[in-house]
Design a protein around this ligand. Structure first.
Ligand code: NAP
Ligand code: GDD
Length: 339
């Protein structure tokens, strides 16, 4: 039977990939976002998709209960993916209220859904940031110790969802997502800032790349694969939380070095670590163990880190310069190395 999915924050990185994944599986999609420019970019991206007539896009705010009620009543979704968020950790120190209000919109969504359409299965995008400086590797059983307003708000949302599920026996679950990137990543995040910065150096438009904390370690995967885990989490017999990660963390410095190596340059000749760009607090090492997702969802990331960096850089510098960048071969997927 034809399935309907509702996606909040659809014009963001994950929303775009999830839309394409669900369309390929035959879903009809109703999605909204509050960012009109990005919404237009999504429309353009979908213009070539043969299934685009199955997507309905609206501008809207996940904090608006009337809007959410109207959308759920009119679309009667089988699945709801809650991706809307002020998702930049650095920005959350300057805008804690907007960050929290958006993260906590899941409370309204759960309540509305339970009241008017309880059959919908709900996915919440939780984050590895909730672990803060908890020892690695982080699993579903690790302690949470949030170090930013973003992480605090996401943790409150996460705990509310679990308690709500226990109280009402509904199908709602949260993916504890570690960093995932792609050419669709916004420029404010370090992976895209690095690849974009390298492209500007290649084109002669810039001579330096100014970054903050180079020592922080993150477990970087590819967004295309992480949205598959979201979908799998809503297809289980019972709702449950899962860590979604590659199992290997690298420092920002290693990301930078991998990118510059692709253009045959030494990153030290271009990169400046600027104290002004450091955050008041920053988890030192986020590295997830996704063994449970592998065991119960049969989910395993396959795109190697080096291929992710290469794809992002190629998307920035354009096909005419791509001959300079060799293909990544013979790399064992991260997860196989660590299991
Ligand atoms: P993203 O690119 O920032 O997408 C989120 C989208 O939601 C943006 O277009 C954003 O627009 C929109 N939005 C913000 N506030 C909204 C509101 N009040 N109402 C409606 N839309 C709103 O983030 P992403 O990388 O796709 O991540 C998707 C979700 O996963 C987020 O909840 C994020 O916190 C979570 N997550 C992501 C990662 C990751 O590594 N990508 C890891 C863990 C968890 P604006 O630009 O206007 O804010
Ligand atoms: N953005 C940014 N810009 N980060 C920098 C910079 C810079 O110039 N220089 C160093 N960094 C460091 C940050 O301090 C952080 O330690 C690391 O690079 C990654 O930063 P981001 O790419 O901004 O991502 P994030 O880890 O803070 O948050 C992302 O991943 C979370 C999951 O762990 C976001 O997608 C969050 O929404 C997500 O929850």
């Amino acid at each position: 039977m034809k399935q309907v999915a509702l996606i909040t924050g659809i014009a963001g990185q994950d929303g775009s990939y999830l839309t394409e994944l669900l369309l390929s599986k035959g879903y009809s999609i109703v999605g909204f976002d509050n960012h009109s420019v990005r919404m237009q970019q999504l429309r353009l991206r979908l213009a070539d998709n043969p299934h685009r007539s199955r997507v309905l896009l609206e501008l809207g705010d996940v904090r608006d209960r009337d809007f959410m009620t109207h959308l759920i009543l009119s679309s009667r979704p089988d699945e709801i993916y809650n991706l809307a968020a002020q998702s930049h950790v650095g920005v959350s120190f300057q805008q804690p209220k907007v960050t929290a209000d958006t993260a906590l919109a899941i409370k309204g969504l759960l309540e509305i859904s339970l009241e008017i359409h309880p059959v919908a299965r709900i996915f919440q995008a939780s984050t590895s940031e909730m672990f803060g400086d908890s020892p690695t590797p982080q699993t579903e059983h690790s302690n949470f110790n949030p170090l930013s307003p973003y992480a605090e708000a996401k943790l409150e949302a996460h705990e509310f969802l679990i308690e709500f599920r226990q109280r009402h026996s509904c199908y709602a679950c949260a993916g504890i997502l570690f960093n995932h990137e792609s050419p669709l990543r916004r420029e404010e995040f370090v992976s895209r800032k690095i690849t974009r910065g390298i492209a500007k150096i290649v084109s002669g438009d810039s001579t330096e790349l100014r970054l903050g904390n180079l020592a922080a370690r993150r477990d970087w995967g590819h967004a295309k694969e992480y949205v598959e885990a979201m979908w799998l989490m809503l297809q289980q017999e019972r709702p449950e939380e899962f860590v979604v990660a590659t199992g290997k963390s690298r420092s920002v410095e290693e990301f930078v070095a991998s990118g510059f190596a692709l253009i045959g340059e030494n990153w030290r000749d271009y990169v400046v670590s600027d104290q002004e760009l450091f955050r008041p607090s920053d988890p030192p090492d986020l590295c997830g163990d996704a063994a449970e997702a592998y065991r119960k969802l049969a989910w395993q990331p396959k795109i190697p880190f080096a291929e992710l960096v290469r794809e992002m850089l190629l998307a920035e510098i354009g096909p005419e310069n791509s001959l300079a960048i060799p293909r990544v071969t013979g790399v064992i997927p991260n997860s196989s190395r660590t299991r």
